[in-house]
Write a protein that binds this ligand. Structure first.
Ligand code: PLP
Length: 428
């Protein structure tokens, strides 16, 4: 006869069973209902918002966090010793800390900016402008957004550095052999997007950064389209700089950040001068605060940063791995449905893709299509997606782009397909 299990054994088994039980699947319909704007109508039709790569919609938690900030805590940060000033400072710095944990970096190495554009400009002007000169090369991939092209051109125009381009395959993947060949000894900086906003391609950033580092090349990764859609461990990528924008990851517009290796932050001069970023100011000269505050001149977007902190909490509560899995399901469904439409061609068929689908329809201009889709309540972006050099290489004057987020559902995709059918009939 076996001995009966003891109470301790029972508890241990119960604890093990709880630990092993899979977490309940998210209720995606309830999650969608967290986004008030998604329940509005457009042209008398329900809204299917398929433009999240442009900017994401905001959950109630973000809207309410900003509302509560202005109603209860509004004051300037880092200046006043009164209660509101301290509350606002605490809220701002707490958001930085949560954002840093979200991407696995130290808060002191995370500069809060107005978005990716400001972050890349900061690197270009503070790091590259004084260091590079004639004979040096800035290497950029063909699939960069203008935010990771134009700042480099402005700086190269001033210090005499050269811009070179790393090409992509016809499927829209980075051509890695070409990239390794392009990493010649004169290359000092490599600018690369983590995820393409046009093609959806997910680039192997950790592998590329490893190769670049072996060659002494400083890497600047544009994470604008990665952070909203997949777990991102910036420390694990091994880059020198990582830029991202808050409004694509449920946060307010005018928020974002630049992470940089500490040695870069310490050695870079300030980008903008003013209040908040100084230690001591005399007319003979000023000394500066330690990073990250050295790069945060003037009154920042305090309420926006509070909202971004709430966005991070919201994303974490769902789980980035689940968000990624959900979006991959939506992507597969949409890719199948769109591929079946006669005359429609998907641009960007990389093996690893985020939920971005650019497409062309024979005989229809992208803007005409997008306008007709809008009349059906379906919002897609059309045009060149701030990536003129990529579009030129693709030989496409413009595409339509349906970009998905976890708050979309299969019905949104069915409505896109139906609206495309109607539009094509109208356009003949
Ligand atoms: N990089 C990529 C890949 C983007 O998609 C975008 C926005 O569309 C940006 C940079 C610029 O972001 P922001 O305008 O928020 O600075």
């Amino acid at each position: 006869m076996s001995t009966p299990p003891s109470r301790t054994q029972d508890l241990a088994e119960a604890a093990a069973a709880t630990a092993a039980a899979p977490a309940p699947a998210p209720d995606w319909a309830a999650i969608r209902a967290d986004f008030p704007l998604l329940s509005r109508q457009v042209h008398g039709k329900p809204l299917s918002y398929l433009d999240s790569a442009n900017t994401s919609q905001k959950p109630r938690a973000v809207i309410e966090a900003m509302d509560a900030h202005y109603r209860q805590h509004n004051a300037n940060i880092s200046r006043a010793v009164h209660t509101l000033g301290m509350e606002a400072t605490e809220a701002y710095e707490s958001a930085r800390t949560r954002l840093a944990a979200f991407v696995n970096v130290r808060p002191d190495d995370l500069v809060l900016t107005s978005g990716t554009t400001q972050a890349v400009n900061l690197v270009a002007y503070s790091h590259a402008l004084p260091r590079l000169g004639p004979g040096d090369t800035i290497l950029l991939s063909r699939m960069e957004h203008h935010a990771n092209i134009v700042p480099w051109q402005l700086v190269a125009g001033r210090n005499g550095a050269r811009i070179a381009v790393a090409d992509i395959t016809p499927e829209g993947e980075l051509d890695l052999d070409a990239l390794w060949r392009a990493m010649t000894p004169d290359v000092r900086i490599l600018g690369l997007t983590h995820v393409s906003n046009v093609l959806g391609t997910v680039n192997p950033v950790a592998q590329v950064c490893r190769e670049a580092r072996r060659r002494g090349i400083v890497t600047v990764i544009d994470g604008s389209q990665a952070l909203p859609h997949r777990p991102v461990d910036i420390a694990g990528i091994g880059c020198d700089f990582y830029a991202f924008t808050g409004h694509k990851m449920l946060g307010p517009t005018g928020t974002g950040a630049l992470w940089a290796r500490r040695e870069h932050l310490d050695s870079m001069p300030p980008f903008l001068g003013g209040g908040e970023m100084i230690r001591e100011v005399r007319f003979e000269g000023s000394t500066f605060a330690a990073p990250p505050h050295k790069f945060e001149a003037g009154t920042p977007n305090i309420a926006g940063v509070v909202g971004l902190g709430a966005a991070v909490d919201y994303l974490r509560a769902i789980g980035m791995d689940r968000i990624e899995a959900r979006e991959q399901e939506l992507l597969a469904y949409a890719t199948n449905a769109l591929s079946a439409l006669p005359g429609l061609r998907i641009v960007g068929t990389a093996r690893e893709k985020a939920a971005v689908i650019s497409f062309l329809v024979e005989g229809a201009h992208a803007h005409d299509l997008a306008t007709l889709l809008d009349l059906e309540g379906v919002a897609v972006r059309s045009g060149q997606h701030c990536a003129h050099p990529l579009m030129e290489a693709l030989g496409a004057p413009a595409t339509c782009r349906a970009s998905l987020a976890f708050y979309n559902d299969f019905d949104d995709i069915d409505r896109l397909v139906a609206a495309l059918g109607k539009a094509r009939a109208l356009l003949g």
